[in-house]
Design a protein around this ligand. Structure first.
Ligand SMILES: [Zn+2]
Ligand SMILES: [Zn+2]
Length: 378
């Protein structure tokens, strides 16, 4: 089992008792973590700076491909599981290697078995762009020929019909300044609930009152080699890898570039370590931080001043015009959520994650000093 940081710290916290050390009184998990960290630093008990980091590894890539091969046997035919291994193999393989070419080639075979002929052709093209072994070339030649013939017989050139996603709409008129919410919603401050959103008219069960894209998303580990890291769409037959790490895959070059531009350039060198060592909430906090640093053009001084101002004014999403809002003000609405930590709502776990953002910086720097030069923020 992967040991995450939270469990690790809680285990160490219990062990302090066993050692008979007089504990400092801590009222929350974050205080416990900070205290345990200080003990670890004081006695130099835990050095995380020597972690190997991430990178391409052809040996692991080949092992993954072989595991995938075991699942495409017609008697087993667990194609999605096989694709997951092939995709991981693609993510692990070194650029311009035979391992990468063969992983694409094997993915094309599964596409063919699934009758996804255009996807099979796309994977064959990717296989050919890399040094595909000559002794196996006749297999992809034959597959390519079969795909083209079957596509011409189908007369559709394999164009997949895009499934129309069920269109969800607000059940009430949108708020003119915040079009993602219905105009019946208002922000209130209640003694019992603190800052909360209420409706000023009766709602029916099933009414849709908010349709909003998340500021940051993070794939569940189960979906890592099946969905795009940026847009989160399922793209099992067409994922392409990040050129540097073995973690992130994308449905297209456009998504890859967008991820690099908005967060992945900062998290790429440490993402694997952070995911292994910390719970998802910290990884999400880290990504939120990376997106925010990017929106401030890597100017940490400006970001610091901005957050100090936000902490004083504590703006809410209702203070902004969302038809023109920029990335910085959008972050302000997230950052100001942390002010609720001081209230009696601190037991509500979902409010805790923005607070982790600050910790995320520390995590990044502690886990792997590579984050500092790469962030260009020194
Ligand atoms: Zn995508
Ligand atoms: Zn990467």
């Amino acid at each position: 089992m992967v040991q995450d940081a939270y469990n690790l710290y809680m285990e160490l916290w219990e062990k302090i008792d066993e050692r008979g050390i007089k504990k400092r009184a801590c009222r929350s998990s974050s205080e416990i973590i900070a205290y345990v960290r200080s003990l670890l630093d004081q006695f130099r008990l835990l050095d995380l700076t020597g972690l190997p980091g991430d990178g391409k590894n052809d040996t692991e890539a080949i092992a993954c491909r072989k595991r995938g091969n075991g699942l495409v046997n017609p008697r087993i035919a667990r194609y999605v599981s096989a694709i997951r291994f092939y995709n991981k193999s693609i993510a692990l393989a070194e650029a311009n290697s035979a391992a990468l070419a063969e992983a694409y080639g094997n993915r094309s075979a599964v596409c063919f078995a699934l009758k996804e002929y255009q996807a099979a052709l796309d994977n064959i093209r990717l296989a050919r762009e890399n040094p595909y072994p000559e002794n196996l070339m006749h297999l992809v030649d034959k597959r390519e020929q079969d795909c083209r013939q079957l596509l011409s017989e189908m007369g559709k050139q394999g164009e997949l019909t895009a499934e129309l996603a069920a269109k969800v709409e607000l059940s009430h008129e949108p708020n003119p300044k915040i079009p993602q919410i219905a105009n019946c919603l208002e922000l209130k401050h209640e003694d019992q609930y603190g800052r909360c959103i209420v409706t000023n008219r009766d709602l029916k069960v099933g009414d849709v009152v908010i349709i909003e894209k998340p500021h940051s998303t993070l794939l569940d580990e189960e979906l890592r080699y099946l969905h795009c890291d940026y847009c989160n769409q399922e793209a099992i037959l067409s994922l392409i890898p990040c050129k540097q790490c073995s973690i992130a895959m994308f449905c297209s070059n456009a998504c890859y570039q967008s991820a690099l531009d908005s967060y992945h350039r900062l998290e790429c060198p440490v993402l694997k370590d952070v995911r292994l060592l910390f719970p998802n909430v910290m990884v999400l906090a880290f990504r939120t931080l990376a997106k925010t640093i990017t929106s401030f053009n890597n100017n940490l001084d400006e970001l610091k001043l901005f957050t100090e101002c936000v902490e004083q004014t504590s703006p809410s999403p209702f203070d902004y015009d969302w038809t023109t809002i920029g990335a910085k003000d959008m972050y302000a609405t997230i950052h100001s959520m942390s002010t609720l930590q001081a209230s009696n709502l601190s037991t509500r776990g979902w409010l805790h994650w923005p607070r982790s953002i600050g910790t995320g910086v520390g995590v990044g720097a502690r886990v792997n000093p590579r984050i500092v030069p790469l962030s260009e923020c020194g």
